[in-house]
Design a binder for this molecule. Structure first.
Ligand code: GUN
Length: 285
């Protein structure tokens, strides 16, 4: 029976550390730290995420600036706002909540954010820096997962790490981070032959594909660390992950629940990136 990794507790600890450091930096250097959150349209899930991000800013002592734009906002208007935020000294981080309405060009919007303020780490400059291991920011979900793995005390070095999913936001950067920690990394995806065979080799298994209960207990090695990034809404309204928790927990040594595992970590890491951006701007070690 696995230990359950408590994402809420780890997230609270990370936010507490950030709050302490923020207070110290503010006191010593007399600066404030600001995060601009841009939301376009009225997607209800995005609204909840944005509210949670603003709440987290309050918790750690940042100023949040919300820009809620109408669903009919043009590409030009959005780019003009980002240009203004890029130049605004009070803004250390810029987060444009995705997905954007269909008429907007998401890639062009991400590319317009100054890499120094790109606290999502989605800009190609930051993506490239991750590849060569010289990054300032890590994308929030993989960074949060690294914290969760660290919280188990299990070493990554030399271990078989299997990442299921190859998205730009999770799968690809996750694989790089595990590789930087000297894991032996396999990336699986929807076209992989015999997914179960690969998963069974994993000492550390990260699943981020958006398919409910794709990975079952019989696909998990005894004692593996299992990280479930999935957040799927079932027909009965319940949330479930990409891993079948009930069968997987019988095999794993540590496992994340859904909800309450990876989810709470992402906002904590967003706060961490914003603090990092402010420290770099002000030349603080
Ligand atoms: N929408 C869902 N997750 C994210 C995220 O991590 N960053 C942004 N900007 N939008 C999102």
């Amino acid at each position: 029976m696995a230990n359950i990794i408590d994402g809420k507790a780890v997230s609270a600890r990370v936010k507490e550390e950030i709050a302490k450091e923020t207070a110290a930096v503010k006191a010593k250097y007399g600066i404030s730290i600001g995060l601009a959150v841009v939301i376009v349209g009225d997607d209800p899930a995005s609204r909840i995420y944005v509210n949670n991000k603003k709440k987290a800013c309050e918790t750690v002592g940042f100023t949040s600036y919300e820009y809620a734009l109408g669903a009919d906002t043009t590409q030009e208007e959005l780019l003009q706002l980002i240009d203004k935020l890029n130049k605004d000294d009070n803004v250390n981080g810029i987060l444009v909540q995705l997905p954007l309405p269909k008429h907007l060009d998401e890639k062009a919007v991400i590319n317009s954010i100054s890499p120094e303020k790109d606290v999502d780490a989605f800009h190609p400059v930051n993506v490239g820096k991750i590849m060569i291991g010289e990054y300032s920011f890590l994308p929030c979900t993989p960074a949060g997962i690294m914290e969760l793995i660290a919280s188990t005390g299990v070493e990554i070095k030399g271990k078989e790490c299997v990442v299921v999913g190859r998205s730009n936001i999770v799968g690809k950067p996750m694989s790089m981070l595990l590789l930087h920690q000297s894991g032996t990394v396999t990336i699986c995806h929807s076209k992989t032959n015999d997914l179960a065979e690969h998963c069974r080799k994993a000492d550390i298994l990260v699943v981020a594909v958006g398919v409910p209960k794709l990975v079952t207990g019989d696909m998990i090695k005894d004692g593996a660390v299992v990280i479930d990034v999935g957040m799927n809404r079932l027909e009965n309204g319940k949330l479930c992950g990409d891993v079948d928790f009930d069968s997987a927990k019988e095999k794993a040594s540590f496992i994340t629940p859904v909800p309450g595992g990876v989810g709470p970590m992402t906002i904590a890491m967003l706060m961490k990136n914003t603090l990092t951006a402010a420290k770099i701007k002000h030349g603080i070690e």
